[in-house]
Write a protein that binds this ligand. Structure first.
Ligand SMILES: [Zn+2]
Ligand SMILES: [Zn+2]
Length: 353
C-alpha cells in the first residue's frame, strides 16, 4: 500500500510504500476513500505535546513509532475480512472508529474503547488513513454512514464525537442559557451544528480570528467574542449577560483556559477538549466555594459515533464547510492547517473514491 507518512517528526510527509496488511482474526482491511485532516495530527507530526511550565510529553515515549501514516477520520470500503470477521460485506462503505484499545478490558467490551488504558488508536499507534489501505481490529469498529456524504461522515470519527461527547458533559442546558464555545475552527463549527440540532439557541463563540468568528455567526452562533489580547473574560461575561455555567474550550491553551475559567459562574463547568497545550492554575478555595467543575474530555465512545451518525441520518445536523483535497497533497493540507488557513475541515480524498 502507499502511505503519506511521517518519516521524521516535523519534517514534510513522504509518500512511501508499506506492505498491504493481511487481515488476521477479526481484523478488517479497508480501502481508504476519505480521511479528515485533524488538528491533533499536527501534534502527532511534531511528536510532542506542551504540558506547560517547560515540560513536554514526547509521543515516542508513549509508544508512537515512525514511519507512521497518520489520519483517524477515515471512511473506506471493506476490501477483505479476516477469518474470524463477519457482519460486513466486501465493498461496503464504512466509517472506521479509530479510538481502539486492547479489545478485552471492561471499557473496550462496553464500546468505550477510548477509555481503554492501553490505547492502540488508529492513525497514532498504528497506521491510519493517510494511506491507500487501513486495518480495523474488529467489525464492531465499523459504522455504516448510509446516505451521508462520506467526507462529512469521516469527520464524525473524531471532530464529530469529540464535540458530541463534550456537549453531553454540559447538557442538559435550557435552550436560552448561554453556552460558550472557545475556538471556531473545525471543532467549533461541528459543535455549533450539533448544538443547533439539539435545539440550543444561545451559543457564544470565542475566537481570535475575525474570519472564523464570521463563519461561526453564519453557522448560527448567537454572538461572537474576540479571543485576542486582554479583557477576554470581560467580553465573554458581557456577551453572556453575566458569568456563565457552561464553557467548552476547544483550544485549551494557557490563555484560553484561564480566560474561560474566570468567566464561570457558581456551579459552572469548564470542559477541556483542545490540545493546544500549557497549564491552568486553580484557586483552590474558589473551586470549593463556587462548586466549580473542570473536566477533560477525550474524543468519544463507539456508542457516541453510532448515536451521532443516527442523528445525522435524521437530517437534523447541518453540514459544515468541508474542502476535499487529493490524498497525494496530504503534506500541503497539513501545512494549511498548521498555518491556520482552514475554515471548517480539510478531508483527503483518495483516488479510490
Ligand atoms: Zn482528531
Ligand atoms: Zn481495552
Amino acid at each position: 500500500m502507499r502511505a503519506w507518512a511521517v518519516v521524521e517528526n516535523a519534517a514534510p510527509l513522504r509518500e512511501i510504500e508499506l506492505p498491504t496488511p493481511e487481515p488476521a482474526g477479526t481484523q478488517v482491511l479497508l480501502e481508504v476513500t476519505h480521511c479528515g485532516v485533524c488538528h491533533s495530527d499536527l501534534h502527532v507530526w511534531e511528536g510532542r505535546y506542551d504540558l506547560g511550565g517547560g515540560r513536554v510529553m514526547n509521543l515516542k515515549d508513549r509508544g508512537v513509532t515512525l514511519p507512521l501514516a497518520m489520519g483517524h477520520e477515515i471512511v473506506g470500503r471493506v476490501a477483505k475480512l479476516g477469518p474470524e470477521a463477519s457482519g460486513v460485506a466486501v465493498g461496503a462503505r464504512r466509517i472506521v472508529y479509530p479510538w481502539v484499545g486492547c479489545g478485552t478490558c471492561q471499557a473496550c467490551l462496553a464500546d468505550e474503547d477510548n477509555m481503554c488504558l492501553t490505547p492502540r488508536s488508529i492513525g497514532i499507534f498504528q497506521h491510519g488513513g493517510y494511506a491507500t489501505h487501513v486495518l480495523a481490529p474488529h467489525p464492531r469498529h465499523l459504522v455504516d454512514p448510509g446516505t451521508l456524504d462520506p467526507a462529512l461522515a469521516a469527520t464524525y470519527a473524531c471532530s464529530g464525537i469529540t464535540v458530541f461527547s463534550a456537549v453531553k458533559k454540559v447538557m442538559p442546558l435550557p435552550p436560552e442559557e448561554p453556552l460558550v464555545l472557545v475556538g471556531a475552527g473545525g471543532l467549533g463549527l461541528s459543535a455549533l451544528a450539533l448544538l443547533r440540532a439539539l435545539g440550543h439557541r444561545a451559543t457564544i463563540v470565542v475566537d481570535i480570528s475575525a474570519e472564523k468568528r464570521a463563519a461561526a455567526l453564519a453557522a448560527g452562533a448567537a454572538k461572537a467574542v474576540d479571543g485576542a489580547g486582554e479583557g477576554v473574560t470581560a467580553r465573554i461575561v458581557e456577551a453572556a449577560g453575566g458569568p456563565v455555567g457552561a464553557i467548552i474550550d476547544l483550544v485549551n491553551g494557557t490563555a484560553s483556559a484561564a480566560a474561560a475559567f474566570e468567566a464561570l459562574r457558581k456551579g459552572g463547568r469548564l470542559v477541556q477538549v483542545g490540545l493546544f497545550g500549557g497549564e491552568l492554575r486553580l484557586p483552590l478555595p474558589l473551586m470549593a466555594m463556587r462548586a466549580l467543575t473542570v473536566q477533560g474530555s477525550y474524543v468519544g465512545t463507539l456508542k457516541d459515533l453510532r448515536e451521532l451518525v443516527r442523528i445525522a441520518q435524521g437530517g437534523a445536523l447541518p453540514a459544515f464547510p468541508i474542502t476535499e483535497v487529493p490524498m497525494p497533497q496530504a503534506d500541503a493540507a497539513l501545512t494549511r492547517l498548521r498555518e491556520g488557513r482552514v475554515t471548517g475541515r480539510l478531508v483527503l480524498r483518495a483516488e479510490a473514491a
